[in-house]
Design a protein around this ligand. Structure first.
Ligand code: PEP
Ligand code: MN
Length: 339
């Protein structure tokens, strides 16, 4: 159950309400976000909402049977839009393109990628400065200094930054330079990190865990929302299956399912999803047709020389083509009545 509170509810009204609902065996958690004040009730018994529906201070009450509550579409039917400022957003009914290298490598590389993005009217750039690598000997990113440098150049170009945060201590130091915090597949169930990201007032993109279910992804998003941050984006990036012909198996089933279950925007990462450069574009376009609100992919001037994930990275010519195809495919999708 979700009880949406009015802005002007008094503390005593709130306490009385919590008392009354708790007495019916419901465990109540209060959630305060940038946008609202909610009481989330967890309980098994039937609850007749007419009991409290007339009380002062309540805006609305919803019964949500899903395990996750606040990210569910059962109470918030209208899709959530993520507004990044300067007319840039990620939202249902639109197609966000986020492109950039796997890792931020140098000033020269950042400048080249930004030049490419600007030429193609791409407004959001991805790139890692803290890199989770399977081997401790692999390149692990330029860290905060790299992020600061990137931020300066991106600011000048009017480009938004999407980058991975790996641990709690990085959240604050990264804050001034980030537009969207990325939670990587390996950290999707780092609940301490998710809790802390609930306290920031910037968007968070949560990638699906390597072996994570759709439900687990939604529960991870619930952590951030219930921590106080409603600015959430879900990302399907492929899961580990028995198939070894591709790096991961991009689960495009997840896209319409997530869109149906949650009000949050959903984006697809075909680069990590298939892990093979020659098939990234096909899977990106399939993601668009599956209903994604955006595509995030890896690009680099010379993919063979990229410090990480070169094998799944598009060169600029391929990236320019793909961006055009993404936009055209999206225009076509809009003419279908798929949902
Ligand atoms: C990345 O985006 O470069 C990355 C490491 O992604 P993931 O967490 O999905 O593996
Ligand atoms: Mn990568």
């Amino acid at each position: 159950m979700i009880i949406q509170l009015k802005n002007d509810i008094s503390e005593s009204q709130k306490e009385a309400l919590i008392d009354e609902v708790s007495q019916t065996g419901y465990k109540i958690t209060e959630v305060k976000t940038q946008l609202g004040d909610y009481l989330v009730g967890i309980g098994k018994k039937e609850f007749d909402i007419r009991r409290i529906g007339q009380k002062e201070g309540i805006q609305d009450i919803h019964i949500v049977s899903d395990e996750y509550k606040l990210v569910s579409k059962k109470w918030k039917v209208a899709p959530t839009a993520i507004d990044l400022g300067d007319g840039i957003s990620i939202k249902d009914g639109d197609m966000a393109v986020i492109a950039g290298p796997c890792s931020i490598e140098s000033e020269d590389q950042i400048r080249k990628v930004i030049g490419h993005l600007k030429e193609n009217n791409i407004k959001m750039m991805r790139g890692g400065v803290f890199k989770p690598r399977s081997s401790p000997y692999a390149f692990r990113g330029l860290g905060l200094d790299g992020l600061k440098l990137w931020y300066e150049l991106a600011q000048e170009a009017g480009i938004k930054i999407v980058t991975e945060v790996m641990q709690v201590s990085q959240i604050e130091e990264m804050y001034p330079y980030v537009d969207i915090y990325q939670v990587g597949a390996r950290n999707t169930q780092n609940f301490n990190l998710l809790d802390e990201l609930g306290k920031v007032d910037k968007a968070v993109m949560i990638k699906r865990g390597i072996s994570g279910t759709i439900e687990e992804l939604l529960q991870s998003a619930e952590y951030v929302f219930s921590g106080g941050n409603e600015k959430l984006i879900l990302c399907e990036r492929g899961i580990r299956t028995y198939e070894r012909a591709s790096r991961n198996t991009l689960d495009l089933n997840a896209v319409p399912i997530l869109k149906a279950k949650s009000h949050l925007p959903v984006i697809v990462d075909p680069s990590h999803g298939i892990g093979l450069r020659e098939y990234v574009s096909q899977m990106a376009l399939a993601g668009v047709m599956a209903g994604a609100d955006g595509i995030i992919y890896e690009t680099h001037e010379i993919p063979e020389k990229a410090y990480s994930d070169g094998q799944q990275t598009l060169d600029f010519a391929q990236s320019a083509l793909l961006t055009d195809w993404i936009r055209k495919t999206f225009e076509m999708r809009k003419t279908f009545d798929l949902i």
